[in-house]
Write a protein that binds this ligand. Structure first.
Ligand code: KIV
Length: 285
């Protein structure tokens, strides 16, 4: 197990051209697997709303859910940099609320940083969270919490005008002091420009190959999430097939009486068997 990487390590990785590996996790075992695999960073994303709770989107997710999952992830991966994702309405409505909720990720769940969606329009919240001494990752491009305004889960920055808005947001966030930026579903041309223009590490989820690191949602990567698969996903495994197959075999064996077998049983202690035979006689109908 390697030493836990911190923000200055990610900065050095950018400078040395070493790619940062980043995945979401929502529970203890997955976090353990991520740490064992040598992952650099874990996001406890509000995508858990869809991937774990079966909501149609991320907006129903509340802070308490995020804290419970972040705590579990922290326990599973004590040596990985963990980022807590601020859910919808945990930071949009007021600066005080934003600082308080960002603080909960650090204080209650032991996260190393928080992530929040938006550019210039949430700059006051970003500055206040930074002033509280919390490491902040920005998130622009396709921002699922405001997908209604974006006209759905659509790639952003595909026109010059929209690319300019993204670039200006990225610059404003860096000037505000954020330590890392995540770009979601933007053209590689824009990903490359932003990555080269900013001094801080720029991570990509669907922003192409030129960024300083890559993020994938664990449920997409292992083939667990069934509802839809965005273009930027590479599915490395089909865990859904494996799990369904295991469940089917279990059902078949229970129905056929071939599970459990003797090796799955706890027998009575040998010297207790005569006593048990006597006991059973007393219950004879
Ligand atoms: O919640 C999440 O997993 C995210 C990613 C989609 C970037 O915010």
């Amino acid at each position: 197990m390697g030493k836990k990487k911190m923000i200055h390590d990610f900065q050095k990785m950018k400078e040395n051209g070493e790619k940062i590996t980043y995945i979401t996790a929502y529970d203890y075992p997955t976090a353990q697997f991520a740490e064992a695999a040598g992952m650099d960073m874990i996001l406890v994303g509000d995508s858990l709303g869809m991937c774990v709770y079966g909501y149609p989107g991320t907006t129903p997710v509340v802070m308490d859910q995020m804290i419970f999952h972040a705590e579990a992830v922290r326990r599973g991966a004590p040596n990985v940099f963990v980022v807590g994702d601020m859910p919808f309405m945990s930071y949009q409505s007021s600066i005080e609320k934003a600082v308080e909720n960002a603080g909960r990720f650090i204080k209650e769940a032991g996260c190393d940083a928080i992530k929040l969606e938006g550019g210039r329009r949430i700059i006051s919240q970003v500055k206040a969270i930074l002033d509280a001494g919390i490491v902040v990752m920005g998130h622009i491009g396709l921002t699922p919490q405001s997908s209604g305004q974006l006209g759905g889960h659509k790639a952003q920055g595909r026109t010059v005008e929209s690319a300019k808005a993204l670039i200006d947001d990225a610059i404003a966030l860096e000037e505000a002091g954020i330590q890392m930026l995540l770009l979601e579903a933007v053209p590689p041309e824009v990903g490359k420009f932003v990555t080269e223009y900013l001094s801080i590490p720029v991570l990509s989820i669907g922003a192409g190959m030129y960024c300083d690191g890559q993020l994938l949602i664990v449920s997409d990567l292992i083939g667990q999430f069934q509802a839809f698969t965005p273009k930027f996903v590479k599915q490395y495994y089909n865990i859904a097939e494996v799990i369904t197959h295991a469940f089917k075999s279990y059902c078949e064996e229970v129905r056929a009486g071939t599970f459990p077998q003797d090796k799955h049983c706890y027998h009575m202690f040998e010297d207790q068997l005569p006593g048990f035979a006597e006991l059973v006689k007393k219950y004879k109908k």
